[in-house]
Write a protein of this length. Structure first.
Length: 395
């Protein structure tokens, strides 16, 4: 058996639910030369690739960056972003809690496809004051949950209590987003469009400061984070959690289902793509139980070198939790909060208890039904696309 193929199959069996497992069609596509699936490299190959592609100076990196971005856009079929639909966003069911509010939101990303999410804001917005905006994505665990998971709700609520306007949105086929299944062939393309439109929505809100925009997500949400940060300079701070790896390329169509990593003799990996965030602030959060276990001595040194070319190495950090698992658990969130507070101008004191610790207990965990955008009272618009074929045809 081909070494890369065997390594991918071994990697795919490690973490059930952390990413999309291969379907039959996936298995057939695994040997396509243009696609880099899952553990496409061994750990040794991933490390060697970075060593071979370490730029000597900023001029060399800028040239390499142009090539990487060109292939990402070509591979996603997004050399030109489709025009944004002109329909107004749907916002309803505002709920106010201790220090923050939540609203249910949907808007069109392409004609007939609706991005679904929740908008978290500080409970009392001060007139004339600007606030940082943060996009929050989620990983592949729990398709029925999506953005409804407790770890996502706590993260978003705490960030809102710290003084940010936060938008959490679903991946395809997760939570509220049921117009198509998650593993459509061009899910990478659509999720990137969705992320761009989510950023448009966030920036359209009154009092959101365009110079203080962050993005963070775990696993597949980490992939969305570093990809959007690479393509869209409006993202000023990025925190990809448990995803940036030299050897693992993402195990799902939404990460590696289109040829963004390889084209003929051209090859890149997710570390180079994440490095495109430089010199904007970035925090890598890694753990000891997945493909980020080597981050402190493989991925992080390479990315820090890229930042050093800009003389901005102080703007990239790594928090490695060797005993943690693949999630956006409390230890990872405790690393996130001070980093975003520092780089987005947020007030940590608003969420600290008397012992000086971040207190997430004031975050109210709501049911899926309370957070859903579409229900009997608020049906999905009549123009909505329904089914994989209809969504693919529009793409």
């Amino acid at each position: 058996m081909n070494i890369k193929r065997r390594h991918f199959l071994q990697s795919a069996s490690l973490t059930v639910g952390a990413f999309c497992l291969p379907s039959t069609s996936w298995a057939k596509a695994i040997d396509e030369p243009e696609l880099c699936r899952g553990g496409y490299f061994t750990e040794a190959q991933g490390k060697a690739f970075l060593e071979q592609h370490k730029p000597a100076n900023l001029k060399a990196w800028n040239k390499r960056s142009e090539l990487i971005i060109k292939q990402i856009k070509a591979g996603m079929e997004l050399n030109k972003m489709p025009p944004a639909p002109k329909s107004a966003p749907i916002i309803h069911s505002k709920k106010v809690y201790n220090g923050y509010s939540i609203e249910n939101v949907a808007f069109e990303s392409i004609p007939g496809f609706y991005v679904t999410g929740n908008l978290y804001r500080p409970a009392e917005l001060v007139a004339g004051k600007s606030y940082p905006g943060i996009l929050c994505t989620h990983g592949h665990d729990g398709a029925a949950e999506g953005r409804f998971r407790e770890q996502t709700q706590r993260r978003c609520a705490t960030l809102a209590r710290m003084g940010a306007i936060v938008f959490a949105y679903d991946m395809l086929g997760y939570g509220d987003s049921q117009q198509c299944t998650h593993n459509i062939k061009k899910s990478l393309k659509l999720q990137t469009i969705n992320g761009t439109r989510a950023l448009d929505f966030l920036l359209s809100l009154p009092q959101v400061d365009a110079e203080r925009i962050g993005m963070t997500g775990e696993s597949g949400g980490g992939t969305q984070t570093f990809l959007l940060a690479a393509l869209d300079k409006r993202i000023k701070v990025a925190v990809p959690c448990v995803m940036v790896s030299a050897h693992f390329f993402g195990g799902c169509n939404c990460e590696s289902g289109m040829p963004i990593h390889k084209k003929g003799d051209y090859q890149t990996n997710n570390v180079e793509i994440a490095s495109l965030t430089a010199p904007r602030p970035m925090l890598l959060i890694s753990d000891g139980a997945d493909w980020t276990k080597n981050t402190p001595h493989v991925e992080y040194p390479y990315i820090k070198h890229i930042y050093s070319l800009f003389q901005k190495e102080a703007l990239v950090e790594n928090v490695h939790l060797a005993k943690d698992v693949h999630d956006y658990g409390v230890n990872k969130r405790m690393a996130l909060y001070p980093f975003l507070a520092k780089h987005l101008g947020m007030d940590m004191n608003l969420v600290l208890n008397k012992r000086g610790e971040v207190d997430e207990n004031k975050s109210v965990i709501l049911t899926n039904q309370e957070l859903r955008v579409f229900n009997a009272q608020h049906p999905i618009p009549a123009n909505s696309l329904q089914g994989d074929d209809a969504v693919m045809a529009m793409l």
